[in-house]
Write a protein that binds this ligand. Structure first.
Ligand code: ZN
Length: 288
């Protein structure tokens, strides 16, 4: 089926108390893995592209791959921009056929974040598309970080509920990425979600909440978040680990292999299994 509107997908999830997985698509095999997993689990799914992925694969290539995969899929597929930090990137994605955008002005002062987010929201709404915006700052794990360091890092920049409410009131953004205890890129699950904060933000904004850095959460932690209003969960690191981890194994087993398909095929399967598992944990299986 053609790409679907992300807004409807997430409003349905909020009502149904489950979360839709938003998986980062970096190459053809990962796009295929995500779609296959969603079909096997009969789940709606969001494929998202970061600015890094767009730079790597090319915007037109990403859109063509995801559109084609969606059209041939038996489940609803949406295409989302992940962390668009400038207006131009958002405009390009809107024109290219994305079904939702993200403006990330979280590093800017509040007023500037509001003003820029508003521009993207006005533009997107005029075209019937939804926008995710960020409040607080969701940081990044360094490879050398001990678990405790990362938890402390996350604490420093969490979203303030009253500010989040004001932000949504002024910008009319549709989905909110609020910093609530996770950070990006963690390879082990030690993030602790600030549940009272999530509940308060949901209550004050009535917005579908987006959990970034969710590769760093245990299943239990993720499910607690969903019960408090998280309905889009971003997963990138777990896919990277499965994909490249399998690549290491295959190359260690077959050091003389030169056929990329023999190497990348098993990586695609490994990524698919991670995505299937997340979809089940998010309560999204069977919701297509
Ligand atoms: Zn993120």
């Amino acid at each position: 089926m053609p790409l679907v509107n992300t807004f409807d997908m997430l409003r349905k999830a909020l009502k149904g108390h489950y979360a839709v997985g938003a998986f980062n698509a970096n190459n053809m095999e990962i796009v295929q893995a995500i779609i296959e997993a969603a079909e096997m689990e009969k789940a709606p799914v969001i494929l998202q592209a970061s600015q890094g992925a767009i730079k790597y694969a090319g915007l037109d290539m990403i859109v063509a791959m995801v559109k084609n995969a969606a059209e041939n899929a038996s489940v609803p597929v949406a295409l989302h921009l992940d962390h668009g930090t400038d207006l131009e990137q958002n405009i390009k994605c809107l024109r290219a056929g994305f079904t939702s955008l993200m403006y990330d002005g979280s590093k800017l002062p509040f007023d500037e974040n509001v003003a820029n987010t508003k521009i993207v929201v006005d533009m997107a709404h005029a075209c019937g598309l939804a926008v995710e915006a960020e409040i607080g700052q969701i940081g990044k794990c360094d490879d050398s970080d001990e678990p405790g360091v990362s938890i402390e890092k996350a604490k420093d920049t969490m979203a303030v509920p009253e500010e989040a409410a004001e932000f949504i009131k002024q910008t009319k953004a549709d989905f909110l990425a609020a910093a609530v205890g996770t950070i990006h890129g963690c390879r082990t699950a030690f993030a602790k979600l600030d549940m009272p904060r999530i509940k308060k933000i949901q209550e004050l904004t009535d917005c579908p909440l987006v959990l970034h850095g969710a590769s760093g959460c245990t299943d239990e932690e993720v499910q607690k978040g969903i019960s408090a209003g998280v309905c889009k969960i971003n997963i990138d690191t777990l896919i990277r680990m499965a994909f490249v981890g399998k690549m290491r194994d295959v190359l260690a087993d077959k050091p003389n292999e030169i056929d990329p398909r023999q190497v990348l095929g098993p990586c695609r399967e490994a990524a698919r299994e991670v995505v299937r598992n997340r979809i089940r944990v998010f309560g999204c299986a069977g919701k297509a």
